[in-house]
Design a protein around this ligand. Sequence first.
Ligand code: ADP
Ligand code: MG
Length: 263
Amino acid sequence: MYKSFLKRCIFLSLMYIPVYIKLYLYGIRCLKIFKFNNWHHGFCYFIGVYSEKKVFVKVDTRIHCVCNDKKAFEILSTSQVMADKLISVEGECLKGKIQFVLYEFLQGSELTHELLKKNRLYFVQMIAMVNEISKYNIIHRDLKLDNFYVDMNGELKIIDFTFAYSKLYSFQELCLDKLTHCSLLESLGNGLNPKAFLWDDFYSLHKIFDDFIKKNSRFQSINKIYEYRDEVEMNITINKVELVPTSKLYLFKRKLKNMLREE
Ligand SMILES: Nc1ncnc2c1ncn2[C@@H]1O[C@H](COP(=O)(O)OP(=O)(O)O)[C@@H](O)[C@H]1O
Ligand SMILES: [Mg+2]
């Protein structure tokens, strides 16, 4: 914890000025650091004002996958189901070492069990979203409560397509030859994927619902949540992706395991 905070501080002192200059030259004003504790793997967040609109700025200085956020938005915003479930993209710069996407800033919070208890409809909307994303042949790969966002009006949104994958569209993929990318890939979904290097959004959603059931067994509408969970379960394996390990990757995996054991 302390180590990662220190890392962020070093990163901030080294990168803040070039990032700030790039965002300023793009026309973003009133820049403020945002969610400093969430900064990771070269991703950092700001809020600012662009074209008189308050924006959330997601900056990617290392992995260069933030273009996937924009791509997913372009593809999915043609869907009627997703129309009000995505946060609008207000601009982007996807060239060079410092890349970023600007989103409309929405006051709100990440989804929690408490919010789910207050509005059971969120379960239904989550199922509809994952169904639709799957119909578009996109796999989010990082589905978890934090990547659903509830705005000030109580509207549920889905966010963070940075690590999305598609068999149909060319999303930017992490590079399996790099150990840091590999460890990032392995950690995607934070225990909500079936196994390392295998992703299935329905599996993740099922796990989210299952966790809710385990922790809120006295919730008055719990029977309904069982139904939602079972509905999702039927779709597990319909849209999944597994990265086939090459002999090189096995080497990396061994290295990774050693690394994890050491920590
Ligand atoms: N448009 C937005 N307006 C306000 N806050 C946002 C917006 N998009 C994301 N956030 C907040 O920033 C956090 C980080 O964004 P996210 O894209 O999920 O990045 P990551 O999970 O990779 O750190 C989210 O969990 C959410 O709380
Ligand atoms: Mg996220």
